[in-house]
Design a protein around this ligand. Sequence first.
Ligand SMILES: [Zn+2]
Length: 617
Amino acid sequence: MKKNHWLFFLLWLPSLAIAGPSAAKTDQTAPFAAPAPISYVLSMPQPQTHYFEIEMRVSAPTALTDQAGNGYIDIKMPVWTPGSYLIREYAKNVEGFRAQAGDRMVRSEKIRKNTWRVYTKEESLVIQYRVYAYELTVRTSFLDQSHGYLNGASLFMYVDPLRNQPHRLTVQPFKDWKKISTALPAVAGQANTYEASDYDVLVDSPMEIGNHEVLTFTAAGVPHTVAMYGEKIYNSTRLAEDMKRVCETAATVIGEHPCKEYTFIVHQTPTGGGGLEHQNSTTLQVTRDAFITARAYQNFLSLVAHEYFHLWNVKRIRPKALGPFDYENENYTHLLWVAEGITSFYQNYILRRAGFTTADEYLRNFAYEISGIENLPGTQVQSVAEASWDAWIKYYRPNENSVNSTVSYYSKGSVLGGLLNLSILQSTGGRNNLDDVLRLLYDTYYKKLKRGFTDEEFQQAVEKVAGRKMDDFFQKYVFGTEKIDYNGFLNPVGLRMVDASAGKQDPYLGAITKLTEGKLIVSAVRRDSPAWNEGINVNDEILAVGGLRAGADLEKQLATYKPGDSVEFTVNRGGYIKNLTVKLTGNPLAAFRIEPVSSPTPEQRALYARWLYLKTT
Ligand SMILES: [Zn+2]
C-alpha cells in the first residue's frame, strides 16, 4: 500500500498524478465446474445514487443451532481491507439487509456491528443488501455515472465456515458500460461471471467497470492488462512500454513470476495518491500531472514498481500475521517495515536497475530519505517494529504530535532495506545482496512451507545470506531507536555522508505553521525546539513577530533574526491574546548528501558498481 499522508511532506515519497478509464479482459477460464457455495450478483441500475445492489446466494449446509434450538447462519462484513491497516467499518455503508429462503422472508437481526444473524435451517438462502459507494480511494468502492470500482472487502459479505470454498460473482454493468477489468478468472460461457477459489481471492481482486481504455503488454512471459480510468492525456504506447520495463526488471529480483496474468487499475483523480497491492493485480491512483511532468511521471513509475513488487513481497513473501486474514479485527505484526519499507527500497532500486534513474539520482533519493527520518523527532521515540505493530492506531491515525512520537515504517524501513543491502554486499564481497534474502524467503516460506515467516525467521534469512550474525543491526535499528552509523555502511562502496547544512547560521523556531483562511496557524511543534520549550502551542494563531504583523511566510520573517536572538511572538490562543518570548537557536535540521570518499580503492569502486548495477569498464 502507498498512501497520501502528512509524512509524505516531511519524508521523501513520490507524489502522484493522473488517471483515465481502462478495463482489462481475462480470457482465463475458471476451473470450477460445480456451482459455488456462495455466489453474488452485483448490479448498479442507478449509478448517480452511488449504490451497488448485491444479491448473495448461500447454498451449503452451514446452519448452526442456538441455545433456544433455532437454526442460524451468521453473515459478516469485513471491517478492514488487507494492505491498509486501519479499521474502516465497511458495514457503515450497508443498508436494506434482508434474507429469503425459497419464496419466504426469513427473520434476521444484527448481532454485532458487522454481523447479521439469519434464523434458518434451510440450506439455501438469498441475502439482499445495498452498499453506498462514493469514496474513490484504492481501499474503498465507488460508483457514479462515469464508472464503478470494486474493492471486494468493502462490498462482499461472507460466511465464516464457507470462506475457503469457491465464490462466484456475476456483474450486471450499468447500461452501455462495456468493459470489466479484474484479475479474477472468468467463467466460460457465462457473461460477466467470475469465480474465485475462495473468499480471500474474491476480495483480493479489485474490479473496474465502465468504458475505460485498456492497454496490454507481456512482461516476464506474463500477460498484463492496464485499465486506465480518467482523462486521456497519456501516451498509451510509451506508458505500456515503460510499465513493461518496470515489471520485467522487478521480476528479475526473485527470478520467478508466480502470476498467470496481472491487472493494473489506474484511476486519475483530482487529489491522486497511493496504491493498494493485490495478489494478481493492483489499483493505483494518480493526479493528471503524472502524465504531464517528467518528475511526476517518474513518481508514477515508482508507484508502479512499488505496488508491483508487492506481488512478491507481502502477497507471497509475507509475515505470518498477514494471511490468512482475520477480517473482523486488527492483524498485528512487527514486520510492516519489511512488507512496506523493503518494498519502498525496491521501488527506487528497480527504477535504478531499469535505467529510469541514474546512480546520482539514486544517491540523492537515499540521502533525502535519510534526512527525512533523521530530522523527525519521532525517530528517537518509536522503533520501526513498534511502528509496524501500532500502524492501526498511529500511522493510520496521525495527529499533531505524530512528528514527535512516530516514525514511518515506509521511510525508515526503506532506509534499513538500503543498509541491509549494503551490509550484505560488503560481507559477501559483492556476491549476495538483498535480492538473495527475498529469494530465500520466497523459496522457503511461500513455496516450500506455504506459510508466512516470523520476526526471528526473517533475521535468520538475512544472516544466512550475509554469512554472519546481525543481532546488533536488529536490536539497535529495527527494535531500537539507536542512531545509525551511516558512514559505516557507505564506506565499503567508497562513499560518505555529509550534512550540507552544517555550519549554517539559520535561526530556528521549531513551529510548523499553515495558512488557514488567511490566518497563520501552528499545526505542529517539534520536540525540544525553542517553540516547544517556550510553550507555543498547536492551534495558536501567530499574529505578530517582534511587534510586526506576521506574514504568510514565517520563515522569511524569522530570517531577519539570528540564532540566540530573543523574539516576542504575539499569538491568539482561543480568543486570548498572549505574548511569548522565544530565544531562537540555530537550525538543527540536517540536509544530507552522499559523496565519494577522497580516493576510493579499486575494491570500493567495484562494490559501488555492483551495488548500483553499473557497467564496469
Ligand atoms: Zn506498499
